[in-house]
Design a protein around this ligand. Structure first.
Ligand SMILES: [Zn+2]
Length: 495
């Protein structure tokens, strides 16, 4: 199928599954778990009804977009009326789940969801937009490999037959094993801030041979033969880790936090070449997870205005937008701060929400349960939990009084919830709602804010020494390559 011209209108969806075992794979539409018209769903705390894809003129909408997503009514509070249903791996459970992204279709214009699918699910996009993946990969592979041939001519190597006789890009990786190896090579280069062509160097091959994995040497040669394939993998890897991050945060938001904000976000100006936005949160087991967002030029310009808290916050929102988290910002961020000279300074108005919750949980007499109930009901998307929460509060308060909180002695809520985390995550705890609150304000401690980069790494980045020598911009600007590289380097937990 890969040699078929991509222009034919029927060439897109149906022919795809055969490419499944040689990655990068084309998209399989039958894998989409699509709700049916009339189905009821709860989205962002609101019950909605799935609509049939009909345009304003009453005629059915034929876009293949409606094979990977549905329209619904009424709109969410944020005005969205389209649900993306592309299956994605859930980084927590390893199972496949719906993407779940919510988008707006203003006056029936499909631009937003199409942009989303292009950005987040490129394989699906290629099939939807009739731009077959095979063509994309051929384009990807062909031009670079001819340039590569010229470049290699200088040192006497040959690059094989170029793109011409290769039906698809997958040939460059020698199948799934080669693709996996290529991705590991790319992640290695990113982690070590090595130029991508380092993995194709003789010394690297010699090392692989030395450690006795001779079977890998041939594969390594195949994978690294054209640097273009490594640039392709760099983009793919960065993209997949970004999806994993957005998926992880979305899962936690809807499945554990139920809408309570839970991200501790800090802007770190020590990071180069642009300030980094660091995110930490307590997961459903009470453990800290962290991620680092590396923004583009617009967000960087705002983040550099260190004197203006408004600009800093706008910069953080920009980055959230760049990573596909824009609409969720107010529901996600519970604390925002800036790291200056190793010190964290809170940004914006004091976080009264956190103060109420922490105060109450620490059995501070000045904080009544009413304030906490209000906070909970304001944020929580699951309604009708007031009675349950009150019961937990009764038990919690008597425990705290017995444990020292009642007669002037301190009650150490942080230690209590630290011990409690295991029981709650296994479903045997007595405080499932209150421990969500404790996790959301990170009562049991915040993530450390050590510098992310060594001085050596800073020098390498500033000198752009991790970019392949003579790079001519054909796989994106140096800024884009830098972003992808640093995002991969600093988010190894998302691999
Ligand atoms: Zn999606």
């Amino acid at each position: 199928m890969t040699s078929e011209p991509p222009a034919g209108p029927s060439s897109a969806g149906d022919a795809t599954p055969s490419a499944g075992d040689t990655a990068p794979s084309a998209f399989n539409f039958s894998s989409v778990d699509l709700p049916k018209p009339g189905d009821k769903l709860v989205l962002d705390g609101k019950e909605v009804t799935v609509l049939s894809p009909v345009g304003r003129n009453g005629r059915p909408l034929r876009s293949k977009l409606f094979e990977v997503g549905v329209m619904f009514e009424p709109r969410t509070d944020e005005g969205q009326d389209f649900l993306c249903c592309v299956p994605i791996p859930d980084s927590a459970t390893g199972k496949t789940r719906r993407c779940g992204a919510l988008l707006k279709i203003p006056k029936g214009s499909l631009g937003n969801p199409l942009r989303h699918v292009k950005k987040k699910h490129y394989d699906a996009y290629c099939c939807i937009s009739k731009e077959s993946l095979a063509k994309k990969d051929r384009d990807h592979a062909k031009a670079p490999s001819e340039k590569r041939k010229r470049a290699r001519g200088e040192n006497g190597e040959t690059s094989g037959q170029g793109g011409q006789s290769r039906p698809g890009f997958s040939g460059n990786f020698g199948g799934q094993k080669g693709l996996d190896l290529g991705r590991r090579c790319v992640a290695f280069c990113c982690n070590q801030l090595l130029p991508l062509d380092a993995a194709g160097k003789e010394s690297f091959t010699a090392f692989v041979r030395f450690i006795g994995r001779t079977g890998q040497v041939k594969l390594l040669r195949t994978v690294t033969e054209a640097t273009s394939s490594l640039y392709y993998l760099l983009e793919r890897e960065a993209h997949e880790r970004q999806e994993a991050l957005v998926g992880r945060i979305g899962d936690l938001k809807s499945q554990f936090y139920w809408g309570l904000p839970f991200l501790d976000v800090s802007v770190d100006h020590r990071f180069v070449p642009v300030p980094a936005v660091r995110i930490s949160f307590r997961n459903e087991r009470g453990k800290v997870e962290e991620a680092v967002l590396v923004g583009g030029a617009t967000s960087a310009a705002r983040l550099r205005q260190q004197d203006s808290d408004q600009a800093l916050e706008a910069g953080v929102r920009d980055i959230f937008g760049e990573y596909g988290l824009e609409g969720a910002y107010p529901r996600l961020v519970q604390r925002l701060s800036v790291v200056q000279g190793g010190e964290r300074r809170p940004l914006g108005p004091p976080a009264t929400r956190s103060a109420h919750i922490s105060g109450y949980l620490n059995h501070d007499a000045g904080r009544s349960r009413e304030e906490v109930l209000r906070v909970f009901e304001d944020c929580c998307e699951r309604k009708g939990l007031r009675d349950d929460l009150c019961k937990e509060m009764d038990a919690y308060e008597s425990l705290a009084r017995g444990g020292g909180g009642g007669d002037g002695l301190p009650w150490d809520a942080a230690a209590f919830f630290g011990r409690q985390a295991e029981a709650e995550s296994s479903g045997e705890g007595r405080f499932p709602l209150i421990s969500r609150l404790a996790c959301s304000v990170q009562l049991t401690g915040e993530a450390p804010q050590d510098a992310l980069q060594t001085t050596r790494e800073v020098r390498i980045i500033q000198a752009k020494d991790f970019i392949v020598e003579g790079y001519d911009g054909e796989f994106g600007t140096v800024e884009e390559l830098t972003r992808r590289t640093l995002f991969i380097k600093h988010n190894s937990g998302l691999a």
